[in-house]
Write a protein that binds this ligand. Structure first.
Ligand code: CP
Ligand code: NVA
Length: 311
């Protein structure tokens, strides 16, 4: 929170305290259970008469639809803005865009490339800014992932679990590191050489909780309560896809690897997924996979986030 203005942004999970995060997850679970009234998480009209701009400089299915629907369900309006047909795509400065949009809307969500873009937007906006994915972080996805864990494995597991991350040290890996640091669970990342997460984030999280960075997928998966992965080439890395396929092949989440995890372990993936690459069809479509519940939870978790930011 900005101490001078009381303005709250959500640029990464580090904008939340542990208690705030747990409160958002509790509200998200209540909302998921169908309660739109006070007992069911509250906030039925939390966004009454308010408009939230949704800026996309990259493709999206889940983030766009869950934000648009969630804002509508809270009584507000989401305004989809593609950089392809706004002046942002023609080079209008972020700072100017932030000032202009702040005069029209009550909040801004942005999906873009650099984290510095989101930070620049937040510096110049006078309304809350939400990170809907950058190359560095994907904090909204982690809210949904943690909510799914809370629902299936129980609230207590959020702080006592072991999570195995397989594959790329990307925006999702960075957000898992932030989540582990906040909640204190153990995070094991099995990443091929050359694709490590930012060492600064690893070191920072490692000072707060148990973090293991290994080249060995089995070491990461053994006994884990949650096994998660992501695409091998993120948006913007399409031309690296072939080289990445070779490097990441040993990190595929398959039945053998899942067999090393805790017997009750769940599989998570932010989606979209590539069956036969980072995960086999057997795992993602199997009984331990929670990926569609996870996808639905984008809606519930973000509604809880919006209530938190706008309350
Ligand atoms: N997981 C996720 O952010 O999906 P979209 O790219 O479809 O928004
Ligand atoms: N790491 C992926 C996540 C997509 C939701 C990407 O950035 O493309």
């Amino acid at each position: 929170m900005n101490a001078d203005t009381g303005l709250r942004h959500f640029l990464s999970l580090n904008d939340l305290s542990r208690d705030e995060l747990l409160e958002i997850l509790a509200r998200g679970e209540a909302l998921a259970e169908g309660g739109m009234g006070r007992e069911g998480g509250g906030g039925r009209r939390a966004l009454e008469g308010r408009t939230v701009a949704l800026i996309f400089e990259k493709s999206s299915t889940r983030t766009r639809v869950s934000f648009e629907v969630g804002i509508y369900q809270l009584g507000g309006m989401g305004l989809f803005l593609s950089s392809r047909d706004t002046q942002m795509g023609r080079g209008e400065p972020i700072a100017d865009t932030a000032r202009v949009l702040s005069g029209y809307v009550d909040g801004i969500m942005i999906r873009t490339f650099g984290q510095d873009t989101v930070e620049e937007l937040a510096r110049h906006a006078t309304v809350p800014v939400i990170n809907g994915l950058t190359d560095r972080y994907h904090p909204c996805q982690l809210l949904a992932d943690l909510l799914t864990i809370r629902q299936i494995l129980g609230e207590e597991r959020l702080e006592t679990m072991t999570v195995a991350w397989l594959g790329d040290g990307n925006n999702m890996a960075h957000s898992w590191l932030n989540a582990a640091a906040l909640l204190g669970f153990e995070l094991r990342l099995a990443v091929p050489e050359g694709y490590d997460p930012d060492p600064e984030i690893v070191e920072w999280a490692g000072g707060r909780t148990r973090v293991l960075l290994t080249r060995d997928p089995e070491e990461a998966a053994r006994g884990a309560h949650v096994v998660s992965t992501d695409v091998w080439a993120s948006m913007g890395q399409e031309e690296e896809a072939e080289a990445r396929k070779k490097a990441f092949a040993p990190y595929q989440v398959n039945a053998r690897l899942m067999g090393l995890a805790d017997p009750e372990a769940i599989f998570l993936h932010c989606l979209p997924a590539h069956r036969g690459e980072e995960v086999t069809a057997e795992v993602i479509d199997g009984s331990r996979s929670a990926v569609f519940q996870e996808a639905e939870n984008r809606l519930h978790a973000q509604k809880a986030l919006l209530i938190h930011l706008f309350a």
